[in-house]
Design a binder for this molecule. Structure first.
Ligand SMILES: Nc1ncnc2c1ncn2[C@@H]1O[C@H](COP(=O)(O)OP(=O)(O)OP(=O)(O)O)[C@@H](O)[C@H]1O
Length: 869
């Protein structure tokens, strides 16, 4: 059998265990990759592919990266979703018999990265494990390795539920059972995430304290999977893991994936950026921890009125007590990321500078505690009591660690004088030695009369006496032994200098070694404080988010909403905070939203670009802001506590995507109407526009009827089917509102103001008139419209179903109605002149989504010309 070299055999043995990762195989100063890994890595990282003798098998592909630059390459691969197994030499090559022993010391995966430049400051980096159970339930456990936070929940339902919750956590990696193929596929269809397998679900013995308080087998099952995976990949201590927190999604407002996306809560739809999202708008947090918690809160609005009001009241206090708030903000500026520092302590990869940061952060705490406690609010007092300054730790760090230590922990200069007796002795020796050398330099200058003589030090030759070439004749014979020749100077050593050098260097070596071990001890001692630091981090983040709410509410003239149990919305002068901010100078037109038992469904009409979607989103955002405890952008607001918010809001790109969009539209509408309750808010934007007019209109109407009689959720429904506005007459709780636009000096001006009643029907024609379309064409359009109107009153709109509408009934009757639609439509096609027909055909064929404004003007110009000819 053909064999590889012994080292390649070792490589293959190790690689067999890490099939799904790039194996970084340490060889001297390089990490090498071989075979397929090498071919793929050379492409991904754009590094040269070479080859190496593999033994009897001939040459094998190879590429490598220097170990000191490996971080950068690892980052690139991890960002692309790959895993990297780091395989080190685990014995001294000089002592090794045969091939040096090598082992994988860590598996770096997208969900477990710790390196600073791979994790976002204000975002968690979750890894999520999932377990599927036979009773159609799922358990999810999430962990952020950088902060040590762990939480788990149980979900009932289908993959949709799982994906919904995953979208909240936005993990980079999901760990499942090897048999969960369907689930993995469903997840990968909806999100970019690395899927990993872990079949072992036993809680590792050393980590049982993390879940001692949990008795639900499903949670333990999934947490076991998560921990097993972490242990397998990290292979190092994880002392900072926090006890598992069991959370229930029923405690929070439900926001499905679409709604979060449509409402741009954490990122914008178009370019997936944080800038322009609600989180971005709200973020006046000072610390990175606060930023992370803010995002968590935005994604999980509360349901318990008392909890909401608790936050709200503290925000109000913080707004009133400006001085205390400013003190808190100022002190928070100096607080570093305690949570992630705690993570670094646990992994042992922090340096003395991190400890200085930790000390400085902790030194800010007493003043923060003081300022919080002095706020006139019970929640603040509670926080004040819970914020504990870790004095013992501060003392330890103050005594032990220098103010400006170097980055490296192997160069000394980290430990303060007076912290350790032996260290002080060595330092004295070294310092005295150095004084002695300074004195020697003086002596030698006097003795030889050479003013430029100096004593220096370098790593290779140690201490030396340097004399420039021109002064050499003045140097006495005998005592000076030549050490090194430079171009214009000579370096010498004397026996006494040699002797002192040994003393000094020995002392320095001892200093560096001792400092390192003292530092390591301090780091170990800090470990004991991890739970306290984490608790402190939690409280500080909470405070930071609340002060952020206060700042944003004040800066943007927000008001405190009142929550009412009457299922009533009364927003006066409401605004969409992000759109308003984006208007930059142009005035945002505030609008009221009034909904109650008689106004459950608002049917919104108005021309394109008039502000229908903004109006709808505005209510959703006001509700979310209210339920996370922030003030809201309105003059006054009475709100119900919504249990869920559903949205179906089309984007421009949806329009271009055509038919498949219609399917998505129907799926989303279905999702909303089947899950919504009386306490939910539904936003449906131009439902039906993805299909042909009558189809779409029929569906839109039946959806409204269904929501009206069966669901009874508060619903905002925007539509361009003007025919639907007559529903107001037939359905008690449907009301028309419209957004107005007017003509001013021959131009359309959008007023963005919402009024009761339906929009002016001939609006489109009006716009055409403004666009200077030929008079005969406009006249003709008005005539056709009239014709439509008289017919639509008798035929086009099917009778409204009674309150007892059921799905089956709708289908049968609607079929008949639709048939009538089409027959009538065929009959009433007005006669057109050939010129008109040509123009209409041309109009039909243009794809507006593909046009530039210039194209559009040109086309219009040609059409006009055509008409005249
Ligand atoms: N109340 C308002 N005050 C000021 N400007 C507004 C207001 N509402 C909307 N706008 C501006 O008008 C633009 C269009 O608004 P929006 O997308 O809500 O219109 P729309 O009626 O839903 O349009 P379409 O029917 O094309 O989807 C917004 O991007 C914003 O710049």
């Amino acid at each position: 059998m053909a064999r590889y070299t012994p080292m390649m055999e070792q490589y293959l043995r190790i690689k067999a265990e890490y099939q799904d990762a790039f194996l970084f195989f340490r060889l001297g100063d390089f990490y090498e990759m071989f075979f397929d890994d090498a071919t793929r890595a050379s492409k991904e990282l754009e590094i040269t592919l070479t080859s190496r003798d593999g033994g009897e098998q001939g040459r094998i592909p190879m590429c490598g990266v220097p170990y000191h630059a490996a971080d950068n390459y690892i980052s690139q691969l991890v960002t692309k979703g790959y895993k990297i197994a780091i395989c080190e030499q685990t014995e001294d090559p000089k002592q090794a018999k045969g091939v040096v022993r090598r082992e994988v010391v860590q598996l770096i995966t997208p969900g477990t990265v710790m390196s600073d430049h791979l994790i976002k400051e204000k975002e968690n980096n979750y890894i999520v494990a999932i377990s599927e159970f036979e009773d159609d339930t799922f358990a999810l456990a999430a962990n952020d390795l950088t902060t040590g936070e762990s939480m788990a929940t149980i979900l009932a339902g289908d993959h949709h539920e799982v994906i919904g919750e995953l979208s909240n956590l936005a993990p980079r990696e999901v760990v499942v059972n090897s048999e969960s193929v369907e689930l993995s596929n469903a997840i990968q269809e909806r999100m970019t995430v690395t899927i990993s397998i872990e079949d072992d679900t036993r809680i590792p013995e050393t980590l049982t304290p993390l879940s001692d308080h949990i008795d639900q087998p499903k949670l333990l099952h999934v947490f076991g999977r998560l921990l097993q995976y972490l242990i397998r990949t990290q292979k190092r201590s994880m002392d900072h893991l926090q006890p598992l927190r069991h959370y229930h999604i029923s405690q929070y407002m439900k926001l499905d994936v679409n709604s979060k996306r449509n409402l741009e809560l954490v990122e914008t739809i178009r370019d997936k950026k944080r800038t322009g999202s609600l989180v971005w708008f709200l973020d006046s947090s000072v610390t990175a921890m606060g930023g992370r918690l803010l995002k968590q809160w935005v994604e999980r609005p509360l349901l318990k009125q008392r909890e909401i009001e608790k936050r709200q009241e503290l925000v109000e206090t913080l707004m009133k007590q400006f001085f205390e708030r400013e003190t808190i903000r100022e002190q928070l500026q100096g607080v570093y990321d305690l949570e992630r520092l705690a993570g670094k302590v646990a992994f042992g990869n922090l340096n003395a500078r991190d400890l200085v940061q930790l000390r400085k952060s902790l030194e800010k705490i007493p003043e923060i505690k003081q300022a919080v406690s002095s706020l006139d609010n019970p929640y603040a007092k509670e926080l004040g009591e819970e914020i504990l300054p870790c004095e013992e730790l501060v003392k330890l760090l103050q005594d032990a660690i220098e103010d400006n230590p170097p980055l490296s922990v192997k160069e000394g200069q980290m430990i303060r004088d007076g912290y350790h007796a032996d260290l002080d002795t060595y330092r004295d020796a070294s310092r005295n030695g150095k004084d002695w050398i300074a004195a020697l330099q003086m002596q030698e200058r006097e003795r030889t009369g050479i003013k430029s003589l100096k004593i220096g030090y370098n790593k290779v030759f140690g201490y030396y006496i340097e004399v420039t070439r021109s002064n050499l004749p003045n140097l006495p014979e005998g005592r000076y032994e030549r050490k090194q020749t430079l171009s214009n100077a000579e370096r010498f050593i004397t026996p006494e200098l040699k002797e002192k050098e040994t003393l000094i260097l020995e002392a320095e070596e001892k200093i560096v070694d001792l400092e390192y071990s003292l530092f390591a001890n301090v780091r170990e001692e800090v470990k004991a404080f991890i739970p306290q630091l984490q608790q402190l981090a939690r409280k500080i983040s909470e405070l930071d988010v609340l002060q952020s709410f206060a700042v944003v509410s004040e800066e943007n003239r927000f008001t405190k909403p009142i929550f009412s149990k009457e299922r009533k919305v009364a927003v006066e002068g409401g605004r969409h905070p992000v759109v308003e901010k984006m208007l930059k100078g142009r005035e945002y037109v505030a609008n009221d939203v009034m909904m109650d038992r008689d106004r459950e469904i608002l049917l919104i009409t108005g021309p394109n670009m008039s502000g229908k979607s903004t109006y709808m989103r505005q209510l959703a955002l006001i509700s979310i802001l209210g339920q996370i405890g922030c003030f809201v952008p309105a003059e006054s607001a009475v709100l119900p506590v919504f249990d869920q918010i559903f949205t179906r809001i089309g984007a421009a790109d949806d329009l271009a995507a055509g038919q498949s969009t219609f399917m998505v539209e129907m799926l989303e509408a279905n999702y909303a109407i089947t899950r919504a309750t009386q306490d939910s808010l539904i936003l449906l934007d131009e439902i039906g526009r993805g299909t042909s007019t009558y189809d779409g209109m029929a569906l839109a109407q039946s959806i409204i009827e269904y929501v009206h009689s069966e669901v009874r959720a508060k619903t905002l429904f925007s539509t361009h089917y003007h025919e639907l506005t007559t529903l107001e007459e037939d359905l008690d709780r449907v009301k028309n509102v419209h957004v107005k636009a007017v003509e001013e000096e021959g131009r359309v001006v959008f007023l963005h103001r919402v009024h009761d009643g339906s929009a002016d029907k001939s609006y489109g024609i009006h716009v055409a008139q403004l666009a200077n379309l030929p008079e005969p064409l406009i006249k003709r359009a008005e005539a056709i419209l009239k014709e439509f109107e008289s017919e639509s009153d008798t035929v086009t709109k099917p009778e409204v179903e009674s309150n007892t509408v059921t799905k089956e009934k709708v289908t049968v009757e609607e079929e008949e109605a639709q048939l009538a639609f089409f027959n009538e439509e065929a009959k009433r096609k007005p006669a057109r002149t050939p010129a008109e027909k040509a123009i209409l055909d041309r109009l039909k064929s243009v794809d507006i989504m593909e046009m530039t404004p210039m194209d559009a003007i040109n086309t219009l110009y040609e059409l006009k010309k055509q008409l005249k000819s």
